[in-house]
Write a protein of this length. Sequence first.
Length: 255
Amino acid sequence: MSIKGNTADRFAPADFFVCACGIGYRAPFGAEHLKRFLYRFILKDGVFFRDGGASGRFVQAMNPPLPGERINILDWGCGRGRSVAKLREQGFNAYGVDIDDAVMRNGYALFEGRNLNPRELLLPDGQALTFPNGNFDIVFSEQVLEHATDLRMLFAEISRLTRLGGLGVHCFPGSRSIIEEHLHMPCVQWLPANNTRRAAIAFLMRFGCGPKQTAWPSTIGKGFLFKVNANYAYLNQRTCYRDIEEICQLAAKAN
């Protein structure tokens, strides 16, 4: 299915897949494509909404687009909230939710330096329940779906929060990506979660593969085996890779 307009001129139609809540862009090696999509295409060139028809086509809703202050945006799995801060700077009514309070608190200084109140804009995911139905025009996530243990519940809540005709954009690494997004190692997520995977991680680390220590503070100053086990535990306990077909089916069931 092709998508007409400025977006299609800059991304090949094959780069997009259509799911129940909007357009999903699958970026195998990071979220930069999603940021470009959001900042350049949605927020500057126009806002794209579902037309509600059975065809699932997308149309440009407003020309000119809605003013930024009238567009409610939710960053699901916002981390430190950098995208929320950027969107707020551009005049959009943006919020973020995340399961990890400690990570969000790491972003408080970023918000306070921009005269934004992080306690009002960055919320624990349980507080998303306080938003009314259909509160957001756009809900997006960056590298979140591969961490969710219960996608059915996640999509149900995103569907509740997205207004009729709203848009969802979700960027996540594919289950068969050559490079695993978080450990930066080739193909380790393909392997069974046993000693075969652990041995592959150790082997690749000997050749310099793996996340930077600055991104994993808990491993700084630790020995090689500690780091191997930390990476192994992260991949087993913090990721839930699924095929794209399964993800789209779960999204469709959430309407």
